[in-house]
Design a protein around this ligand. Sequence first.
Ligand SMILES: Cc1cc2nc3c(=O)[nH]c(=O)nc-3n(C[C@H](O)[C@H](O)[C@H](O)COP(=O)(O)OP(=O)(O)OC[C@H]3O[C@@H](n4cnc5c(N)ncnc54)[C@H](O)[C@@H]3O)c2cc1C
Length: 498
Amino acid sequence: MSHYADLRRGAASHYDRAWHQANPMRLPNEVWDVIVVGAGVAGLAAALEAKKSGAHVLLIEKMGNIGGNSVMSAGMMAVPGTPMQIEAGLVDSIERFEQDLLALGSINQPDRIRILANKALETFLWTQQELGVQWYDDRVEYDEGHSVRRCAILKTESGEGLVYPLYERCVVMGVEIRLNTKLVHIVREPETGMVRGCVVDDGTTSEASTGRFLGTRRGLVITSGGFGTDIGMRMMQNWRLSDRVGTTTQPGSTSEVIRELAAIGAWTMHLQYIHCFPDASPDEKGLGSAWRFARYCAAARGVWIQRETGERFVNERASSDVRSHAILDVLNENGHCHALADARAVERPRSVIFSAKDVEALVARGLVRRYPTLDDLAHDNGISYKRLLATLRTYNKALKAGTDRDAMGRPIERGALPMEESPWYISNILAKIHLCGGGVAIDRYARVLSIEDDRPIMGLYAAGEVTGGLHGVARLTSCGLLDALVFGRIAGMMAADG
Ligand SMILES: Cc1cc2nc3c(=O)[nH]c(=O)nc-3n(C[C@H](O)[C@H](O)[C@H](O)COP(=O)(O)OP(=O)(O)OC[C@H]3O[C@@H](n4cnc5c(N)ncnc54)[C@H](O)[C@@H]3O)c2cc1C
């Protein structure tokens, strides 16, 4: 009890200070009905819905461009029951999607998940009908952790296909969007605890000044995304996530907003669950493109091996968190991880958008290396040929014996072929920080909850990756965009309602 009393006192004195610093006269420099902070998918969706509900809306973004991590995403979104799934004869349901999320996340919040799953199809159709977003209408992609093929794919094969239609709609509707405008403080009224706006640094104020106070009449919506690029913050949560581990996230994915939320008395949760992308390549920046070889060829039809031992080190089809931790273990011993495939694995990737032709392009860029013999591959990459051969023999034996799972516990697919055909392909792999599973706590209406009494903080909403509770201990892939859209829309509507 006394611990929470201390937290309460700390938060109250922080927002009291911020309030007086913001404006000693308590008068904002300008006032909006709704201000949205962060122009990724969650922020754009929130701003659009708030505007449609009749509010006067300002969307601020600290970077010089919109899009956040959303625009860099691979453009895959898990949705049960799409016309593409039906066309492909795939049996899926809302309940099955919920189960997949809960099975992996384990401590994630069932009520949050229920909303996400229930609104998934409706949201997907909304992107098509209202925004004109173009999804492949004849393809449904595999993604790790899903018990059925259920990922819709943007025709751009990146988040651009979603972000720009959302942005254009916001502009047409009259949302004001300001770039290079960074939230530095959230302003709570000391007497009532109500959020009355935020203080921003937009480069227009002098150094001595404390920034501009932008007031809100109805609501402040926080959609500032994760903090994957913030090495200090992520190491505070998990010391292994140092600068040796790369990131797929954009430079603006830092922690100042989540720190500010905590300081004004918002609950934060699950912050230590920072999810990595295990299939990434250390030879390119960010997410890059070689991950598709590592995932769809090597992890599905080949193997992942450690250079120093010549052996497999993980079930290549385990959850992305299990695989990431295994890679980090190798990294911490100064080891190196590789994805390995033979000719047949490359001819038949486990993907509806990635083919042998794409592997050729990766070979041409030097991201995947090709060798006429396994011996050449081993020699050139500093791997013991003898040990590598032994590893492949064990794997092939399991395949030929017709067992359900191989020695690492990977389920053996029907029609899987032994690895024995040249040429041979190899790439380097490294887990990179990808998505922050934790963040601020919200309720089903996207209202931010207070440490003072677990109740909503009046006038404050949040959505997207800045929130915690959806992913839990392990991330079900392709749910980030859906989360941002579903809860972004809810937050915008709720904020406009006041
Ligand atoms: C490379 C990559 C690929 C991915 N691929 C997929 C995929 O295929 N499918 C999927 O479902 N998920 C994917 N994800 C995850 C998904 O993209 C994110 O979870 C989702 O886009 C988050 O959306 P958001 O709007 O919450 O945050 P973001 O899109 O990151 O937007 C947050 C915005 O807030 C801004 N901001 C931060 N702090 C401030 C501040 N102080 N003031 C003002 N603005 C601020 C940021 O600059 C940023 O523009 C991927 C992630 C990455 C990094």
